[in-house]
Write a protein that binds this ligand. Structure first.
Ligand code: SAM
Length: 288
């Protein structure tokens, strides 16, 4: 039974965090001419209407992407690292829309790149299907959409020819076991596809016990010869970007296996900016 609907949360604090990171990973892959494939286990609608009843009910975009864009509209220089993400979003925001992760990846895709998107919820899949058809018509984008379980679907459809690509795992964690089963799934994926860049999003929850959940999640992740990067953003003040509109969520985390080796330094370069202008505390952990 699927009850989570991302339309209530589109463009929130966590979306900005996760979509910025996705844009940096794909920008890195774009440094080489060989094509990539971006797989998503939990694709969502593809595009969201910020004037919808759902979005207006929570107002989460106000404390997320709109807060960031207000900041960048002032007499301030946006960090270079954020520019591509903001450009992709701004093109949609003028029409009161916010691109989901498939829309962000489409914004970076070249003609040799492809997207493979899984979504289980019937209404979200219908929206995703419509969005992908329109993208194919307008730009000839190579997008395939699949109404099936994302873990089963991505395992069956990967690795891509050429072996370059990303897997974004973005569940709602309504199923608590996901914290433990996803790292195990990642381990199996990496056995078949060693070079996959695997991005697993997770919420930072205010409640006690969360640290334990994270420790269990990380312990279950397989060893890697590449870089493993954990990037957490925590919202600290009411004046900045806020994660606390989603009940219980005070921040947003992403663990990236086989991360681009330049990413940690890039993100370290915006730490102070994030803190000063958006009241975000960024924590980065690099291993091995
Ligand atoms: N990645 C999207 C984005 O950033 O725009 C948001 C995804 S939303 C957090 C999670 C989505 O996963 C929901 O649309 C939900 O219907 C879908 N979902 C839940 N369980 C799933 C599963 N086992 N396989 C595929 N999709 C699933």
């Amino acid at each position: 039974m699927l009850s989570y609907q991302h339309a209530y949360h589109a463009g929130n604090f966590a979306d900005v965090h996760k979509h910025l990171l996705l844009s940096r990973v794909l920008a890195y892959l774009n440094l080489k001419p060989a094509g990539w494939t971006c797989y998503e286990t939990h694709a969502g609608d593809g595009m969201y209407d910020l004037a919808s009843v759902e979005a207006l009910k929570t107002g989460e975009a106000e404390a997320g992407i709109k807060r960031l864009l207000n900041e960048s509209a002032r007499d301030l220089t946006l960090p270079e690292v954020m520019q591509t993400y903001v450009d992709i979003v701004r093109a949609q925001l003028d029409q009161q829309r916010y691109p989901g992760s498939p829309g962000i990846a489409l914004g970076l895709a070249r003609e040799q790149d492809a997207q493979v998107l899984c979504e289980l919820h019937p209404a979200a899949f219908a929206a995703l299907h419509g969005w992908a058809s329109s993208a194919r018509r307008h730009s000839g984008a190579r997008i395939s959409v699949h109404q099936r379980d994302g873990f089963e679907g991505v395992a069956a459809l990967s690795p891509p020819a050429g072996g370059r690509g990303v897997v974004l795992i973005d569940p709602s964690y309504e199923i608590k076991a996901d914290y433990e089963t996803i790292p195990l799934w990642t381990a199996a994926l990496l056995q078949r596809w060693r070079g996959a860049v695997v991005m697993q999003w997770y919420p930072i929850l205010a409640k006690a016990g969360h640290a334990e959940i994270l420790a269990t999640m990380k312990a279950a992740l397989p060893p890697t010869t590449g870089v493993r990067l954990t990037v957490e953003w925590s919202a600290t003040g009411s004046a900045g970007m806020r994660g606390d509109r989603t009940p219980g969520m005070s921040g947003s985390g992403m663990v990236i296996t086989n991360a681009p080796w330049t990413l940690a330094d890039e993100l370290a370069g915006i730490k102070d900016w994030l803190n000063e202008h958006l009241s975000i505390v960024q924590r980065i952990e690099v291993s091995p």
